[in-house]
Design a protein around this ligand. Sequence first.
Ligand code: NFA
Length: 97
Amino acid sequence: QDDSLLELEKTRVKPPPLFKVMVLNDDYTPMDFVVGVLQKFFGMNREQATRVMLKVHTEGAGVCGIYPKDVAASKVEQVCTFARQHQHPLACVMEEN
Ligand code: NFA
């Protein structure tokens, strides 16, 4: 059997596609909660998290991180679940880079 094509597919020549994870502004989620989310799920310190939160607040959206598809999807799910648990409407989405 000819495995050459399958073997070639395993030999990655291109980097994996990357996805931006973005948080979107809304009128209700407290600023402190967003800062906490950015620290908890995206490994930012308080200063970085505050900068990104203010960018989202003023511009409508901001990038939290850039990841392979499965990692990005997991971040989106975790942030949405956490926000809902705390009854905040905070939205988190992923977008191919
Ligand atoms: N706009 C929200 C407020 O004024 C804060 C916020 C920032 C919400 C970033 C969502 C994302 N409370």
